[in-house]
Design a protein around this ligand. Structure first.
Ligand code: ADP
Ligand code: MG
Length: 445
């Protein structure tokens, strides 16, 4: 497999199937030269779209799947053809470089998505508090809340807010800023140990004015990384530097986390982001379409927001599909064309299963009654099926922990979390359990 194919493998996991097949699949491996990977894309629209929208995720995938490469250059295949044609004509001059943007991964701002600014963030009741805290930190780093800990489910805008803080800090002052995804931190640390470069690693992370770490929940289980974070945290905190974390859960719910690190995460302010309500979803869609320069009718936005129940990222995936179709064919996006284009997405939303259906299927599998799963009974023959059912509710319905707790006879959300984690972990090593989950999932679709 060439490096680009490996990177594609990572991207496939990170992006929705739609976005992946629209924008990434058509990109082809060109060649590699001195740490630069040349990837050819069909035309300028692709190149710009990838650069504008997928810079950070491409970078992360590069680090994960092809660490031997320094950067990627996306080459517009149609321009290369023009260039070849032009170079045959005597007078034609073509400076191939000026036309090809590439990602400079060494600059901290290069890792940021320019669209993830406060301007582009829609505020609603579900994210108001998190947004206000983020703005306060961007305006007065190290003075407002330190550390700031933003947490919430997938696709709720945590990364967006974190990068908005970074843009905010960077635009106002000449502060040294470090924005890093937790996995990238782990990866760099391992490499630094391997190549005996821990000193420069420490320098990089301990000599900044603001350290922003995305998805800190990934430190779970990683002892050495936790130790490194602990010392980094202390060094920064003592010299009054700003620290911001995001996580998919509250510090108290991150498993296998050292107490001393957990307590530091809770020193400042922890705020959660809840799923957006209908109006906020509509506003997000309208703003996103507008940012791409395509008008979106309100009835179309309303239809999408009310029928797509997943997170904002799923909503965006659907919008991207509409915009891609309209930009490639010149067609008009209206209620009819939108419904047609989103048929697959809408159908799978309708087929989305319910907590009740899961309880029924799991109860049948274990020869129990659904009410058994909700009982106060903690015998092994009930607890295990209940854990499986709770796990499926989280995976297939995307229900919140408290919601699942209530549906199972008022269990505490930490019990739900423990069950979900237990099954998730178990699946990795127990083949039988994994097969059971797949079978149940299948029968629910
Ligand atoms: P998370 O990091 O919480 O998983 P992201 O920050 O990656 O979520 O958000 C997913 C997508 O949804 C991003 O493209 C982001 O811009 C968008 N998004 C989420 N919430 C909002 C919002 N309130 N306003 C505008 N865009 C949003
Ligand atoms: Mg994120």
């Amino acid at each position: 497999m060439n490096p680009w194919e490996r990177i594609q493998g990572e991207l496939r996991k990170a992006l929705s199937p739609q976005n992946y097949s629209t924008w990434i699949e058509p990109a082809r491996y060109g060649h590699a030269d001195g740490g630069v990977l040349f990837v050819s894309v069909p035309n300028r629209t692709f190149r710009d779209f990838i650069a504008q929208n997928y810079g950070p995720v491409v970078e992360q995938s590069l680090r994960a799947a092809a660490p031997e490469m320094d950067r990627i250059e996306f080459v517009d295949a149609s321009a290369t053809t023009r260039k070849a044609a032009a170079s045959r004509g005597a007078a034609a001059k073509y400076d191939g470089k000026s036309d090809q943007p590439s990602f400079d991964f060494d600059s901290p701002l290069a890792l940021l998505n320019p669209r993830y600014s406060f301007d582009q963030f829609i505020v609603g009741p579900s994210n108001q508090f998190a947004h206000a805290a983020a703005v306060a930190v961007a305006n007065s780093p190290s003075k407002a809340y330190n550390p700031l800990f933003l947490w919430g489910g997938v696709g709720m805008g945590k990364t967006h807010l974190l990068q908005a803080i970074a843009h905010g800090i960077a635009s106002k002052r000449r502060l040294r800023l470090c924005y890093v995804n937790c996995n990238q931190f782990v990866h760099e640390m391992i490499n630094s140990i391997k190549y005996d470069k821990m000193i420069s690693f420490h320098d990089k992370y301990r000599n900044v004015d603001a350290l922003l770490v995305d998805d800190i929940q990934f430190v779970s289980n990683k002892e050495r990384t936790q130790e490194e974070f602990f010392h980094t945290f202390n060094a920064l905190y003592e010299s009054q530097k700003q620290i911001v974390f995001t996580s998919d859960r509250h510090p108290r719910d991150i498993p296998h986390l050292e107490d001393r690190l957990r307590s530091r995460m809770e020193w400042g302010l922890a705020v959660d982001i809840q799923p957006p309500d209908l109006e906020t979803k509509v506003a997000i869609l309208l703003r996103k379409a507008d940012a791409q320069g395509v008008p979106l009718a309100e009835d179309v936005a309303m239809m999408m927001a009310s029928k797509i129940h997943g997170n904002v990222r799923e909503l965006e995936g659907a919008l991207t599909r509409l915009l891609a179709w309209s930009s490639l064919t010149g067609g008009e996006i209206n209620l009819g064309t939108a419904q047609q284009l989103l048929k697959g997405t809408l159908q799978s939303q309708e087929r989305r299963t319910t907590i009740e259906a899961i309880q029924q299927v799991v109860a049948d599998e274990f020869r129990l009654k659904p009410t058994d799963l909700k009982a106060k009974d903690n015998s092994r023959k009930i607890v295990y099926p209940r854990q499986v059912a709770m796990y499926l509710c989280r995976e297939l319905v995307g229900a919140s922990l408290p919601e699942i707790g209530r549906a199972f006879g008022g269990k505490h959300h930490t019990t739900v979390l423990h069950s979900v984690d237990k099954i998730q972990e178990g699946r990795k090593s127990e083949k039988e359990l994994n097969r059971l989950i797949l079978k149940l999932t299948d029968s629910l679709r």
